[in-house]
Ligand binder design. Sequence first.
Ligand SMILES: NC(=O)c1ccc[n+]([C@@H]2O[C@H](COP(=O)([O-])OP(=O)(O)OC[C@H]3O[C@@H](n4cnc5c(N)ncnc54)[C@H](OP(=O)(O)O)[C@@H]3O)[C@@H](O)[C@H]2O)c1
Length: 252
Amino acid sequence: MAARHLDGRIAIVTGASRGIGRAIAERFAAEGASVVVNYVAGSKAANAVVAGITSGGGTAVAIQADVSKRVSVDELIAATLARFGRIDILVNNAGVMITKPVLETSEDDWDLTIDINLKGAYLCSKAVAPVMIRQGAGTIINMSSNSGLYHPSAMKWTEYVVSKAGLNGLTKAMALALGPQIRINAICPGWIRTDMVEAIDPEVQQRILDETALHRWGTPGDIAASAVFLASDEASFITGELLIVAGGRGMH
Ligand SMILES: NC(=O)c1ccc[n+]([C@@H]2O[C@H](COP(=O)([O-])OP(=O)(O)OC[C@H]3O[C@@H](n4cnc5c(N)ncnc54)[C@H](OP(=O)(O)O)[C@@H]3O)[C@@H](O)[C@H]2O)c1
């Protein structure tokens, strides 16, 4: 068998019960990692992801935690260490998107979006950082978005844009603060077909496709492939970067 990119690594993927996180968990396991499949409410879906991985000979466990709550995050890290003894990779993937114009959103919409998408990544990263520093190595991947890069057509949902722009800043600031032991990068996906974007107006969907050089939706697998690269030793001199995986939409 060809050498696998993540053999022996321990990975936590937040929000791995569905969509992009699920594809990353499955792909990491196929590359030899033992994977914590985190979820907040979808225990059935998370257990199905774990069952799929283990039936293929991989190692995975489902662990419930709300990434926006510090106590819950601490429990996630403690449970991972109790099960596997170390943490090599953290993917801050859990996220939500509220699709309302800014004048129709509430303070609760703002808090929910910022708390999960931005504070969640901050809390999880702060909780794993001492573990990775003790180990002498580790890597973190933040699931940002094209929306955080100020491309006008991707800036419709204000709270979401702000959360992802903040996540880009967090990526760079923490990469600087936590090197040389920890590499931290972000992936900025374009248009990926998952539950999150299912409800978006068909006209908007068509416009986005028209703006995409490759003229197709991205797949969760497209993002998972990039995550494997960033998590692997192939990316050992890459930190503090934002990798746009968007089929040529909103080129910078
Ligand atoms: N789809 C796109 O086009 C796109 C584009 C750019 C960036 N992204 C980003 O990619 C990431 C994944 O998106 P997706 O499209 O795969 O979304 P999705 O299909 O809606 O899945 C969201 C995942 O996040 C989990 N989650 C939500 N709140 C959580 C919390 N408080 N604590 C822990 N987990 C939580 C959900 O768990 P439950 O099942 O338990 O609810 C689910 O596993 C997000 O950060 C999103 O912003 C997506």
